[in-house]
Design a protein around this ligand. Structure first.
Ligand code: ATP
Length: 256
């Protein structure tokens, strides 16, 4: 039986006079790469921000791993099992790549982030294991040799990989990637695609917002298309690509 990881129902969100999301729902099952696409201003980021606790929806409900889920603060979302990356990379620029991943890992340890900051004895005992795991994750995303480099010195593509390693460090039920290919060149995109494929094969579940429709169509098992806050199509990439409303949303307005 397919196991539902995230079940989102009837999400609406209004900003003043603007209905940014109207009754949007998605269901993501384990091992899927689920894509969220739509022209500029369609509501993708708002949806992401709602499920990761940055915005409170006006209505709607969620289940994560079969349990009711009420996303509030961002750190609670990480503990509940959703890890995200950001459209605008958010790394600790002056920390090394290894340290950035270790911070992600502390979400899952007993001493936690405060223990890490104050270097309690419990923290020291855990530190070695955390560093080892962080190095494994850097190797996994293909930037192991840069473990000791400051995050800000890495190339754009490698910084995005580092963000993914940090997200994986929390052992998430769902990893949410916000435009991971933004600003990447063609070679970096190919490598990103391979990485996402690999993460999926390792039985992770991924929600992907992406402007690069080609990448989404090639990678995703299912796709939801938003337009002006409404869900205009849901299905496999092949179905969605044929959908008239989708063609009109993208072509009719020149992508808005
Ligand atoms: N915090 C906010 N306050 C007011 N309006 C907002 C806020 N966040 C988003 N909006 C509006 O909601 C609508 C949806 O925006 P959103 O950023 O979710 O779209 P998007 O699909 O992610 O677009 P893009 O592809 O350009 O990132 C837009 O009209 C936007 O201006």
């Amino acid at each position: 039986m397919t196991e539902t990881v995230l079940d989102v129902r009837g999400i609406s969100k209004r900003f003043g006079g603007l209905q940014a999301l109207s009754d949007v729902g998605i269901k993501i099952t384990r091992g899927q790469v689920y894509g969220l696409i739509g022209p500029n201003g369609a509501g993708k980021t708002t949806f992401f921000n709602v499920i990761t606790g940055l915005y409170t929806p006006d209505s709607g409900s969620f289940e994560l791993g079969g349990k009711p889920y009420q996303p509030t603060a961002v750190h609670e979302v990480a503990r509940a099992g959703i890890a995200r990356t950001f459209q605008n990379i958010r790394l600790f620029a002056e920390m090394t790549a290894l340290e950035n991943v270790m911070v992600g890992r502390h979400v899952r340890t007993h001493s936690g982030v405060l223990g890490a900051m104050f270097r309690t004895s419990g923290f020291k005992a855990e530190e070695e294991a955390i560093a080892k795991r962080a190095q494994e994750l850097l190797d996994y995303v293909g930037i192991g040799k840069y473990a000791d480099y400051k995050a800000r010195t890495l190339s754009y593509g490698d910084q995005r990989r580092l963000e993914i390693a940090r997200a994986l460090a929390t052992d998430p039920q769902l990893i949410a990637l916000d435009e991971p290919a933004a600003g990447m060149n063609a070679t970096e995109k190919v490598l990103l695609r391979e990485l996402i494929d690999r993460i999926r094969k390792d039985d992770r579940t991924i929600l992907l917002i992406e402007h690069d429709v080609k990448l989404v169509m090639g990678l995703c098992d299912r796709v939801t298309v938003l337009d002006y806050g409404k869900q205009i199509a849901e299905g496999t990439p092949a179905d969605v690509q044929k959908n008239e409303k989708v063609i009109e949303a993208y072509l009719g307005t020149g992508g808005h």
